[in-house]
Design a protein around this ligand. Structure first.
Ligand SMILES: [Fe+2]
Length: 256
């Protein structure tokens, strides 16, 4: 599996604090069948680190992980808060915030309590640069939870949706997730790992949940194939269509 959203790069945000913690989390991810992982430190008002420092730490961790013989391939991206000041600040080095600096995909986080009134302008700003915004954990935003049609609207504006492995755990969010998956509005599931204990970098339980409730093809799409396209800069435009009919066999689960 490929984990596209993690806070394992130490000493930058509210994720791992030391190199040892980073390595312990990488070992845990690798032992849980994650083959590749993207470090995505927060770019937000409350975390002030230069991008150069993240690049430096990324190199250091890659070397340390290879030396420790941890079998996992590492990539660098960022999780950017949807905030006009943040976007204005990075107007001229925006490509550095995209995954692997490839200018194809970027992780975007809404504030938890609200949706800024200018959100469409920022999404347009990203998509007109031919970059696809991946909206992270939409179910953690209270306005989206109250009005799930916003997810459909965001997808129609060119966004893709990443849900957290956590969302498969409680009955309410997992029910919503399955309903959205049926409408092809779920594109990735990632750990959003912050520490060994709180939200660990483990995808295997969530994978099994999707495999059991929606089938192997969806599980492979969410955890392997779509993330692979992100890493390779390929387009994800026909997601779900090729799986047509899959849900028909299990349609009754949505009424449970
Ligand atoms: Fe995150």
């Amino acid at each position: 599996m490929i984990d596209i959203h993690t806070h394992l790069l130490y000493g930058l945000d509210d994720g791992a604090e030391t190199l040892d913690e980073t390595l312990a989390m990488l070992r845990l991810a690798s032992n849980s069948s994650t083959k590749e992982l993207i470090f995505t430190p927060h770019i937000a008002e409350e975390f002030k680190f230069p991008i150069d420092l993240a690049v430096e730490k990324f190199k250091e961790v890659k070397e340390a992980s290879a030396k420790a013989k941890i079998d996992i391939k590492l990539h660098l991206g960022f999780e950017v808060r949807l905030d006009k000041e943040i976007f204005a600040k990075h107007e001229f080095d925006f490509e550095r915030l995209t995954i692997n600096k490839e200018e194809k995909y970027i992780l975007v986080e809404f504030p938890f309590l609200d949706i800024p009134p200018y959100y469409k302008e920022i999404i347009k700003y990203i998509t007109t640069s031919d970059i696809t915004p991946i909206i992270v954990h939409p179910l953690r935003n209270s306005r989206i939870i109250q009005n799930l049609s916003i997810i459909k609207e965001l997808c129609s504006l060119g966004c893709l949706m990443q849900f957290n492995a956590d969302d498969t755990r409680d009955p309410r969010s997992s029910g919503i997730l399955l309903r959205l998956l049926k409408q092809n509005l779920v594109h990735f599931i990632a750990s959003d790992a912050h520490s060994i204990d709180m939200r660990p970098p483990i995808l295997s339980n969530a994978y099994r949940f999707i495999e059991k409730r929606a089938g192997k093809k969806y599980a492979e799409g969410l955890f392997i194939e779509n993330p692979r396209k992100v890493l390779e800069g390929d387009i994800i435009d026909d997601w779900g269509l090729q799986n047509g009919g899959f849900f028909d066999r299990i349609k009754d689960i949505f009424n449970r």
